[in-house]
Write a protein that binds this ligand. Structure first.
Ligand SMILES: C[S@@+](CC[C@H](N)C(=O)[O-])C[C@H]1O[C@@H](n2cnc3c(N)ncnc32)[C@H](O)[C@@H]1O
Length: 277
């Protein structure tokens, strides 16, 4: 899928006196409330990186939002492990605010972050944003969800996001996984010739993350999704840069399921939450 901008938004271009990263029409007041922009409207190095990631993701999922607004009477996007909800707020501002339907639901385990986000949403008049204080594993959105996003959801929270998407029959899933510790820890004790691949801690961490994401992709394919894996932004913006984009096109794919099982058998490890049915 080529870079694409949803009908509700426009391509990134700077505005006079404002950082060039901003999209036309993007709310400066919102970005200040989120502390992405300083009080005098500037970006520091950290917020520039975060804004870049969020806007790249906003652009990459635009076709999913176009589809949702064209085919659903009131589309629902769920952002999981939302943190300060930068992504949810920016998506609402760019795609939802100017329409009269559609909801953004942010799921976050931390009470303080959820409360702050509720306040910012109320002050911004974003009345179709909802904030659910919950573990992703326990969250349920009545009526289903069309698009799921999870940007840097820690470790196995990305797997919880995958199961949430399946539970809610999401058509599109956009994941940018975070640090990945689970498989690295299991690999440490594994014997056999393949162990040379993860002999040193840094190799275990990298290989564990690589294997986890490969298995995540296959798991989604086994559940009938078409999966594309690309990079989100340049590595200079974040080391956690793998973008997994899945679109459901059938109910199941037995070939992908068999590949998943073959890989799990070969390496002897699998993400604990991703049990093939
Ligand atoms: C690294 S931050 C990323 C936040 C945000 N998505 C972003 O990119 O700015 C991960 C967030 O996920 C939340 N989190 C981690 N595990 C979670 C879980 N299982 N359920 C809900 N939230 C979780 C953390 O509290 C934290 O706010």
């Amino acid at each position: 899928m080529a870079r694409h901008v949803a009908q509700g938004a426009q391509a990134p271009r700077g505005r006079t006196g404002e950082p060039a990263e901003l999209w036309p029409g993007q709310s400066v007041a919102l970005l200040k409330a989120l502390h992405i922009l300083t009080r005098d409207g500037q970006l520091n190095a950290d917020s520039r990186r975060k804004l870049k990631q969020v806007l790249h993701l906003a652009q990459l999922i635009a076709p999913a939002l176009d589809w949702a607004f064209e085919t659903r009477p009131s589309p629902v996007l769920a952002d999981l492990g939302a943190g300060k909800s930068y992504l949810g707020f920016v998506l609402y501002d760019l795609y939802f605010a100017k329409r009269e339907c559609g909801t953004v639901v942010a799921v976050e385990a931390r009470h303080d972050l959820t409360e702050t986000c509720r306040r910012i949403a109320a002050e911004s008049g974003f009345d179709r944003m909802r904030f659910v204080e919950s573990a992703i594993a326990d969250a349920n959105v009545e009526g289903g969800v069309d698009v799921v996003t999870a940007l840097h959801a820690c470790d196995t929270a990305t797997d919880e996001a995958i199961l949430f998407a399946l539970r809610h029959d999401a058509k599109f899933i956009a994941l940018v996984p975070c640090c990945q510790a689970e498989l690295a820890a299991t690999l440490e004790g594994m014997a056999g010739p393949l162990r040379q691949l993860w002999r040193h801690p840094i190799q275990r961490r990298e290989f564990g993350a690589q294997l986890t994401n490969v298995l995540r992709g296959l798991f989604l394919e086994a559940h009938g999704y078409k999966v594309r894996v690309t990079e989100l932004t340049g590595l200079e913006h974040s080391l956690k840069n793998e973008f997994i984009f899945a679109e459901r096109h059938q109910r199941a794919n037995p070939v992908a399921r068999a590949e998943y099982l073959r890989l799990v058998e070969q390496f002897g490890v699998a993400p604990g939450l991703l049990k093939p049915v």
